[in-house]
Each structure stands twice: as C-alpha cells, then as structure tokens.
Design a protein around this ligand. Structure first.
Ligand code: FNR
Length: 381
C-alpha cells in the first residue's frame, strides 16, 4: 500500500490485515445493506456554495459537544468488538482520540473494559449503554462508568431486536468465534494480526464477563447476550436510567421526529440521529436524510448529533450545516485501527480534520461554529 490519503485507503488496508470474520463484522450492514449504502450516497447529493476572496486567516475547528470542548466536532462512535480489529483496539482508539482532543465512546460490547480505558487514558471518555434485562447489571455498569469518570452516557435505543447481517452468519461470527476450516485458513494469512493478539493480555468482553452474574466465560456470554436485549424497553426505563446516572445523557438511534420530541421530553442533553450505521432496520432512510427534519423539531431545546455514512470532512461539514452540533464516525476509525492500530486511528482523524478545514475555507468560513445552511446550494438538500 502506498501513501494513505483517504478513508477508503484505510479500508482497503484493513481488509488485507484483519481476519475476514472481523473485517466483515465491522464493514457489513443488515439484510440488503440498502440503508448502509444510502447513508453515504445521500451525502453526495448535497452540494456546496463555493465562495472566493474571503479572509481565511486563523481558521478554527474547535467547538463543543454537550458543553465539552472538542478540537473538532467529531467523536468516535461506540462499536462492539473493536478489540478484534486490532489487539487492544479500544485502548488504542481512545488514546488516539485523546491526543486529538475528540471524544471516545466505549461500547457496552467492547473487548477492553471501562477500567482498561480509564487506566490507559486521562481524558474523560463517554460510555455507551444498551438496556439489558438484567437491571442489576445495568446498575453495576453505571457505577463503573461513574467510577471511571466517564463524562457522558450514550444510551442506545435502537437495538431491542437485532438486524440480521448475512456476512456474520456465513462467517460463523459468535462468541466464541467458530474456528471453521475457512476461518482458520484465513487467520493463517493475517500473521501481523495474530502476533498482536498473542502479544497482549487476554481481555474478553471486559464489561460483561465476570460482571454479569451468570457470565463467567465466552460460551455463557453467548447465551446470556442473546437473551438480554429488552423487548419491553420504554421511555420509563430512559427516565430511570437518566436518574440513576445523574450526568450528561445522550440518546442514540433516533430517526423519527416524534421520537425526537420524546427525547426532548425525557430531559436528555442530546440525541443522535442514527440508524446504527445501516446495521438495524434495512430500508430506513439515511441519517443525513432524516437530520434536517429532526433538527427542525428539536430546535435549540437539546443538541442534535448524527452518525452514519461519514467518510470525509466534506460529509462532516454537510451534517453540521444541516443542524448537527457534532457527528460520530464508526467504520472510518475501525478501518484505521485494523490497518495500522493507533497510528491508523490518528491517520483517520487527521484526514477528516484536513478535509473539514479546507472545505470550510472553500465555503468562505473561518470558524466551524459558524457553519449553517448558507454554505449549501439551495435545492440540493
Ligand atoms: C456499531 N454501532 C454500535 N452502536 C452502539 O450504540 N453500540 C455498539 O456496540 C455498536 N456496535 C457497532 C459495531 C460496529 C462494527 C459498527 C460498524 C457499528 C453503531 C455505531 O455506533 C454508529 O452508529 C455507526 O457505526 C455509524 O455509522 P458509520 O460511521 O459506521 O457509517
């Protein structure tokens, strides 16, 4: 691989280096992947107004998300199994985010634990919570996140049931992963990944194994997880979690204006317009398509964030223009991680930062906080 200049370059390299079952896990969308594709393709329809002869000195990308300073309004999204893209993946991604001054969000389904991240970083990170049936387990997770000084709880509401990803089924992705002959042959072609895994301490679903009462190993984890997603989840649970947490709350997985209104009523500090990166309801509209409608309903009552399909700084600025106070990237940083570990995540953030800065300049602005619909061509969004 020659010089890396785009997120796509990182994806290609990650595909070479990460065992197929884990690369596919990161890359896939659900069913026909139509929403997954739309997430990115719909950005391309939105066009900028190019401006010239404007003073472009002293530009800044610094902003805030839920009142916290960020070097640019781009956070790392919570992603499960990140530690399988690269040994110690969550720790490395959190370190890269800390160096960049952007938020890192740890998933409930991570390989490294809340405590692992706290031990290896000093910036406060965010913790993503799935609502599990085992409420004692949720209580313990919330306490652990508080003890680790997490500065926001990201509550994901769009995973009561699981969207099917055909590739994961075909690859036998499960906990523990199935060591079929094709998987073993594929592993043998990824020596760098295997050596990395052998060279780091064993961390296995550190938020769950040994912490949920009935989960002590990988096979009990598998049966526990499949029964844990709560089919009876309601806004009453959101209220309970908000009170139990007591800190900044961000609700993730909102695609509907009515749900956005309920988020505001729930007292959350922000919501994330998200379809889980096209991994849940295939056939839902793209996140960037839903964003303007939701931003309009919410107004200035709480912050609106978004994720899904962002692959460049141009995509970031389009989302900001359509009402997002900040955005999250999922797969782009996973590709970076799989390609080159911490350096790859830094590279991903660096690419996005440069593209964001230059695009802002082409649109005639010097401060990312001034981005609004005026930078977009009317009729293109
Ligand atoms: C996710 N996502 C996710 N969301 C969440 O709240 N908890 C989780 O554990 C996960 N796990 C997860 C794993 C992988 C491999 C991916 C790709 C995504 C969804 C994620 O937070 C985010 O919504 C999307 O990744 C955003 O879309 P892009 O940036 O990947 O296009």
């Amino acid at each position: 691989m020659g010089i890396i200049t785009t997120i796509e370059d990182l994806r290609v390299l990650a595909k070479k280096r990460v065992p197929r079952m884990f690369y596919d896990y990161a890359d896939a969308g659900s069913w026909t992947e139509s929403t997954y594709r739309a997430n990115n393709e719909d950005f391309a329809r939105i066009k900028f107004r190019q401006r010239v002869a404007v003073n472009l000195e002293n530009r800044t990308l610094a902003s805030t998300m839920i009142g916290q300073n960020v070097a640019m309004p781009v956070a790392l999204a919570p992603t499960g199994l990140t530690g399988m893209q690269h040994a110690d993946g969550e720790i490395l991604a959190a370190k890269a985010a800390e160096k960049f001054g952007v938020p890192f969000t740890l998933s409930t389904m991570s390989i490294c634990s809340i405590e692992d991240i706290a031990a290896h970083t000093s910036a406060p990170f965010w913790f993503q919570l799935y609502v599990m049936k085992d409420r004692d387990f949720i209580n313990r997770l919330i306490d652990r996140a508080k003890a680790a000084r997490c500065s926001a709880l990201v509550l994901t509401l769009d995973l009561q049931v699981l969207g099917q990803r055909h590739k994961d089924l075909r690859n036998g992705l499960s906990a523990p992963p199935k060591l079929t002959i094709p998987n073993l042959i594929n592993l043998a072609t990824k020596p760098r990944w295997c050596l990395g895994m052998l060279g780091t301490p064993r961390r296995t679903f550190g938020n769950i194994v040994g912490h949920a009462t009935s989960v002590s190993d990988m096979s009990s984890l598998s049966s526990w997880t499949s029964q844990q997603f709560d089919l009876s989840l309601s806004w009453k649970d959101v209220e309970w979690i908000k009170q139990r947490w007591g800190g900044k709350l961000i609700i993730k997985g909102i695609m509907d204006a009515e749900d956005a209104r309920l988020c505001v009523e729930s007292g959350a500090d922000a919501l994330i317009v998200s379809n889980h990166g096209g991994r849940q309801l295939d056939g839902a509209e793209s996140s960037i398509g839903a964003l303007p409608r939701i931003a309009e309903v919410v107004g200035k009552q709480i912050e609106v964030h978004m994720d899904g399909g962002i692959r460049s700084g141009q995509d970031v600025i389009k989302a900001l223009a359509l009402g997002a106070k900040g955005v999250y990237i999922g797969r782009p940083f996973l590709y970076g991680l799989g390609a080159m570990g911490e350096q790859g995540v830094s590279k991903c953030l660096d690419i996005i930062r440069n593209e964001l800065d230059l695009t802002m300049a082409f649109c005639g602005l010097r401060d990312v906080r001034q981005v609004d619909r005026n930078i977009l061509l009317p009729g293109s969004f």
